[in-house]
Design a binder for this molecule. Structure first.
Ligand SMILES: [Zn+2]
Length: 194
């Protein structure tokens, strides 16, 4: 249930993350910690804003994580959010189509001389599509605290059907997103001192 394998991470939320962290820290169960921390990272207010439900507070206080762990969570969330917004703001620059005509070639003439033209949106078209996908849809905000689920959407997206990408660009965008997921998941070990 509290697997530290990225492949087991889904958008399904797990309950009792704070309790799991306390048990994991106190009883030397490091493997449960990563998923438990991630559940708190993607919870509003890092799971701490329950000040208006007095009846529940007594029980909640028994399961409060340490100040040290809270500090780690705050800094880790900042790093994940930074990675997310860097991805959103730079991704369209990172994927020049390997099958595209050279920049500046008039689109209505050079096709006759090139037999290997593959249909793929231009850089500016991709930029517009990307902005539509990540900004206008609300996705940038929705996943700012659940960056791995946001990246998973890019991994799972059918870029060829949805966006008209060529096979190479589709694969590249999926691969880069997957690599970033793996990298961030690994970085959590350092950031959270696991
Ligand atoms: Zn392409």
């Amino acid at each position: 249930m509290w697997s530290n394998d990225l492949a087991d991470l889904s958008s399904d939320r797990l309950n009792n993350a704070a309790e799991t962290i306390i048990l994991g820290r106190n009883y030397g169960l490091p493997k449960v910690l990563k998923r438990a921390f991630y559940e708190i990272l993607r919870t509003s207010g890092l799971g701490q804003d329950n000040d208006d439900t007095a009846d529940d507070n007594d029980e909640d206080k028994r399961f409060q994580i340490t100040q040290t762990d809270h500090g780690l969570l705050v800094r880790t969330r900042e790093k994940l959010s930074q990675a997310w917004f860097e991805t959103l703001s730079s991704a369209h620059h990172l994927f020049p189509c390997p099958n595209a005509r050279q920049d500046g070639a008039p689109s209505d003439q050079s096709a006759d001389r090139t037999t290997n033209i593959v249909a793929c949106p231009s850089v500016s078209e991709k930029k517009t599509q990307w902005t539509q996908l990540v900004l206008f849809s609300g996705m940038s905000y929705e996943y700012s605290h659940d960056v791995l689920s946001g990246l998973k959407i890019f991994v799972d997206r059918n870029w060829m059907v949805e966006d008209g990408y060529c096979k190479d660009c589709s694969k590249k965008r999926k691969d880069v997103s997957q690599q970033q997921m793996v990298s961030l998941w690994k970085m959590l070990d350092d950031w959270l001192k696991l």
